[in-house]
Design a binder for this molecule. Structure first.
Ligand SMILES: NC(=O)c1ccc[n+]([C@@H]2O[C@H](COP(=O)([O-])OP(=O)(O)OC[C@H]3O[C@@H](n4cnc5c(N)ncnc54)[C@H](OP(=O)(O)O)[C@@H]3O)[C@@H](O)[C@H]2O)c1
Length: 281
């Protein structure tokens, strides 16, 4: 007869285990979000064991080599830069447990980045899970809840996404680059534009923070009523003289971005304004 399990040990044995390779921002956030749902973060690998050590210590996991990151875990998360996902998958797959889940987090590429492992490890469940959220600091795992994500792969990947509060959707492989371009504009370009706001505000002697309610309300309005309805300002009104004044006082290095976006605002407004178009060209 098998001895009864020690008190408190049984749940631990039933816990699902995961590992990360690529101990950066996205991998940490997703691993922490899963840890909050009862997963145990067992192993962390990076470009070297030394690179993995700091995060492993922080997460109470073991730092290991890339080749060992799949040992004893149900889920392996590849969160390296996009360019090395395929080669990383090949290394990781060799010692992965039978039937383990192997996913990456990139938005620019789908499941095809992992296809190389299929011939040698057809038992592994492959998938991609791209959190449509900016994950940049220690609290990023909290932002996962309520965000959307692009998933590719079998049902398990979708379930994994839902488990941490992400709303999954799928993107056709042919639309992957267009999808990722939209994500880049929605996040990175928006932040770059805030850089221009900060510089122009500073040239006017006005604090950057003063623009926060304006920016937040504009984004909110665009998502509530659609970008075209949310558009206000001189381009939508046809105030050509006001725009001329902006261009006169602006540092020449700001003009190209200002004009490009004013032209886009004109397109969004649907107004036919040859004079303004000429000024912005
Ligand atoms: N951050 C986001 O907001 C976000 C959101 C959604 C999806 N993603 C996706 O998540 C993935 C990672 O992005 P990230 O922003 O988290 O990047 P990151 O913070 O730069 O992290 C990448 C990590 O991978 C490590 N690494 C680099 N080359 C490696 C290799 N050959 N083997 C093992 N580890 C390696 C890096 O280590 P070193 O520091 O030692 O170079 C770093 O720890 C990307 O596919 C990205 O598209 C990111």
């Amino acid at each position: 007869m098998r001895p009864a399990p020690l008190e408190g040990l049984e749940p631990t044995l039933n816990q699902r285990r995961l590992s990360i390779i690529g101990p950066g921002r996205a991998g940490t956030a997703i691993a922490k979000a899963l840890a909050n749902k009862g997963w145990v973060i067992s192993r962390v690998a990076g470009r070297s064991i030394e690179h993995a050590q700091p995060l492993a210590e922080k997460l109470g996991a073991a730092a290991c080599s890339a080749a060992d990151v799949g040992i004893g875990v149900d889920l392996i998360i590849i969160s390296t830069p996009d360019a090395v996902i395929s080669e990383t998958a090949l290394i990781v797959a060799e010692r992965a447990e039978h039937g383990a889940l192997l996913i990456h987090l990139a938005g620019a590429t789908g499941i095809e980045a992992l296809e190389g492992v299929r011939s040698t490890r057809p038992d592994l469940v492959l998938g991609s899970l791209h959190p449509l959220q900016t994950l940049s600091d220690d609290t990023a795992f909290e932002k996962v809840q309520g965000a959307f994500c692009a998933v590719e792969g079998p049902q398990e990947i979708e379930e994994l996404a839902r488990e941490i509060g992400l709303t999954p959707f799928s993107v056709l492989p042919a639309n992957r680059s267009a999808y990722h371009a939209a994500a880049v504009v929605a996040s990175n370009h928006l932040v770059a534009l805030m850089g221009q706001v900060e510089r122009l505000a500073s040239s006017a002697g006005v604090p950057f923070e003063a623009f926060a309610p304006l920016s937040r309300a504009s984004i909110e309005a665009a998502f509530i009523s659609g970008p075209a309805s949310a558009l206000t300002g001189p381009v939508s009104r046809g105030d050509t003289e006001t725009i001329e004044a902006h261009l006169r006082v602006m540092d020449p290095s700001e003009v190209a971005v200002y004009k490009a976006l004013a032209r886009d605002a004109l397109r969004l407004s649907g107004r036919d304004d040859a004079a303004l178009e000429e000024m912005l060209s």
